[in-house]
Each structure stands twice: as C-alpha cells, then as structure tokens.
Design a protein around this ligand. Sequence first.
Ligand code: AHG
Ligand code: MN
Ligand code: MN
Length: 333
Amino acid sequence: MPVTTIERFILDQQRTYPQATGVFTNLLYDIALAAKIIARETTHAGLVDILGKVGQMNVQGEEQMKLDVFANQVMVRANSYTGRLAVMASEEMEDIVCVPEESQGPYVLVFDPLDGSSNIDVNVSIGTIFGIYRRVTQEGPGEMVDCLQPGRNLLAAGYIIYGSSTMMVYSTGNGVHGFTLEPSLGEFLLSHPSIHVPDPPKYYSANQSYERYWSEGVVRFTRWLQGIDGEEPCPTLSGRYIGSLVADFHRNLLKGGIFYYPADQRSNSGKMRLLYEAAPLTFLAEQAGGLGSDGRQSILDIVPSSLHQRTPLFIGNRNLVEKARHFLEKYDG
Ligand code: AHG
Ligand code: MN
Ligand code: MN
C-alpha cells in the first residue's frame, strides 16, 4: 500500500468537491493535530502527573480525570481560533462552547474528548469521538440550535483510539477510512482504507452485570446472541466488553459484532450520550454497512433536545441490530 498521510488523503478527497474552500479540510487537519497532542499524553500517562482524578465532577455527575480535562482543553484550543467553527459542544462542558467573534466559521464540532475514562488508570484503550455539522443559523455566534441537529445532518464523524497503536478512523460520507499514527514521523498513515463491517460477526459486547435491570426483550436478545434462545440460530459469538465505547466499537468495526447499552430499570434512556457518542459512531457504522439504533429507530433520526441527552444504543452488524429491534418489539411491546 503506498504511504498516504491523512493530510494527503483528505486533500485528495477535497478535490472531488470543486466548490470546496478548504475550510472543512483544515478542520479535519486540526482534529488530527489535536489527536496527536492527546496521544502524546496518553502514551506516557503513567509517567507524568496526568493520571488520577481532578477532584471535581463534570456535568455528567462523573469524577473528572486529569486526562478528561486535558483532552477537552486540547480539543477546545485547537479549534477556537481557526475560523472553521461557529460553535462547539463537549461532553465535559455543560453549555455550548462559543468561538471568538473574529474566529467564526461555518461548521459545528461536537465531541467526547476522552471516552472510556474509567480505563485511563489501568492502561486500557480509550478514545476521542467527534462529529461535524454545518451551522444552521446564518451569522453571528453559533447557538444551541446549531448543536442540536440529528445525526442525519452530520457531514463527517470519527474517532481516535489510543491503544496498542493510535488510530484515527473517520468518514465524510464516502466510506470509512483508518489511519495509524507513526510516532517517529508524527504522521497518521492510511492503514485501513474503506472499512466494511465483516459478516459473519465475531463478538457481542454488553455489560451483563446490569442484566437484572434489563427488559425481557433485551434478556431474550442476549440469550439469542449466546445461542440459547429458541429462535433461528445466531452466528457463534464471543463476549467482549472493554468499558470504552470507542474500543468496543472499533473491535466490532474491524471484526464484526454488536455493542449494546440498553435502557434499563435504572434509566430508561440508557447511558450513552446521543450527540457526541451514539450519533457520530452510528454515522460511521452506516458508512461501513452496519446500523445504530436505540432499539426502535435509527440513532440518526433522533433530534436532540439537550446537549447531554442520553439514549439506549445497539450498534454494529445490520442483522444483529435489526434482530435486537425484533426482540424488543416482540417482548417489550
Ligand atoms: P466516558 O468515559 O466518556 O464517560 O464514556 C464511558 C462510557 C463508554 O465509553 C463505555 O462504553 C461505558 O461508559 C461503560 O459504562 P459502564 O461502566 O456502565 O459499563
Ligand atoms: Mn464517552
Ligand atoms: Mn468522555
């Protein structure tokens, strides 16, 4: 495979849009740069004072880790003065993140700066998730309405996974492409062009410690995945649950499988955040031949009513996500 940097790849893709101004291209560059800065901190997190808790709670009511705060600062700073964005929204910030008047642009960036925070201190893969929209307001500072768009409006989405290697995986609607960071060059190099979810799938991924809270439909779906329920057989799957959505999603994208975090008796809206976790990853899943659903409808059709709104999530191979909907309709009504 020829050596193709992410910048070269993005520029080549821009050429297919004659009217492109380069602002969108440069926004993707900015995100790749932020990813490299975050990656540098995560790969030696054990050696510098970046581990552990900050001693404060975020808007999610969760203990903020130093790396959560660091990654959020990097994403905000890398995108505040570039002239690409009208407004941002971050998992770590309660309200929208305004962009200085003199630096505004036509796009909106939503992101989870560090996904899988509970795994930081135990050296398990974590990630960053992002989505890009075009602003819907005409001028002036971006507003909340610019952020509360359904996933169908996404222009691009992607994630970075900080694991055994650092990878950036993204789509602008023309397939899903993966780039691996070559640290000695400081470059993301094309390593996984045109990713498609393999079929038959290999894994199912859910936190079964919560099974006692699940609906009958979700329990029956899980038994089917395990080859126990009476309906027609499911491909033989292995269970894997990392506790970092990005890592579980990435494994299923490359090997085939389903991740699900359903609604349960504790919370009928599940745990995943719609705007900056479920929607961007569903955009990728659909581009790779898969699906993302809340158990009833596509994640991309849900119009957010608040920045940090949660949603049940079933995401991965098309046939597995559709089967989940079948069980929820049949047993949960
Ligand atoms: P974040 O670290 O951004 O808050 O996300 C954590 C999420 C997701 O990454 C993971 O799949 C899920 O929380 C794990 O939740 P449980 O620990 O309840 O299984
Ligand atoms: Mn997250
Ligand atoms: Mn997070």
